[in-house]
Design a protein around this ligand. Structure first.
Ligand code: GSH
Length: 241
């Protein structure tokens, strides 16, 4: 059902764009950002299509019945859903540079940390701050819950402390090399940072690690993102924050 052809009505675009890789995303979605960083680290061009997920468009549900972004249409017109499945696919299809890790332990450690940030950090911080302040108004027609915001702002300190602990022992989060663990953590943190809720100055080691990522060319497109009606923190795009 989800093979080539069905997505063509969704992307109401010309022949030239159909030949391009397309990513359906939301600018402040950490899972979409992880895929954008992965594509950019692998130097793969992509056409970004913002999706208004709360509208639950029929054409979009045909492509991903879960109704979630990110969704990647690759050059072979294959439809890929779910950030981790997309990133593992990209890492196998375009092996250089490897972002999962070259040996068995490395891959297990990368996947452990991806799960840490996509599950624990997302539940304790991203959802309680970013969802509350951005998507909630579209999904629930209501504003942020101040208890949730308070809980998110308290929880982020534990996670920044954990990042600092890892970086004290390793060059990157999962080991010697940059990996999907770093891109996942940075994708979540960048959404919170957009809103100005990361207390970087209390965690200099975590800040140094994030600063190394923020300076990479792969980060550039994230730093120019905008969300209508949501103001961006003044230091967000500053490389010397
Ligand atoms: N496990 C999925 C999670 C994706 C996800 O939750 N995306 C959110 C936006 S950040 C979404 O599309 N939500 C729409 C909905 O739940 O209806 C992944 O890694 O891609």
């Amino acid at each position: 059902m989800l093979d080539c052809g069905i997505w063509l009505p969704l992307v109401k675009i010309n022949f030239e764009v159909n030949l391009m890789r397309t990513l359906f995303h939301v600018p402040l979605c950490p899972f979409s950002r992880k895929v954008r960083l992965t594509l950019a680290e692998k130097k793969l061009d992509v056409n970004l299509e913002p999706e208004l997920i709360w509208k639950k468009r029929e054409e979009f549900l045909e492509v991903n019945p879960a109704g979630k972004v990110p969704v990647l249409i690759d050059l072979n017109q294959k439809i890929l859903c779910d950030s981790n499945s997309i990133c593992e696919y990209l890492d196998e299809a375009y092996p250089e540079p490897s972002l999962i890790g070259r040996d068995l332990f490395q891959r297990a450690e990368t996947r452990r940390l991806i799960a840490w940030f996509d599950d624990k950090f997302n539940q304790e911080v991203t959802r309680t701050i970013v969802y509350e302040k951005t998507l909630k108004r579209f999904f629930e027609q209501t504003g942020p819950d101040s208890n949730a915001l308070r809980a998110g702002k308290a929880a982020i300190e534990f996670h920044l402390d954990y990042i600092s602990w890892l970086i004290d022992r390793r060059n990157w989060l999962a080991g010697d090399d940059l990996s999907l663990a770093d891109l996942t953590a940075a994708a979540h943190l960048s959404c919170v940072d957009f809103l100005g809720h990361v207390p970087w100055d209390k965690f200099p080691d975590a800040k140094e690690w994030y600063s190394r990522l923020k300076c990479r060319p792969s980060f550039r497109s994230l730093l120019t993102d905008k969300m209508p009606g949501i103001s961006v923190a003044s230091h967000y795009s500053d490389l010397d924050f």
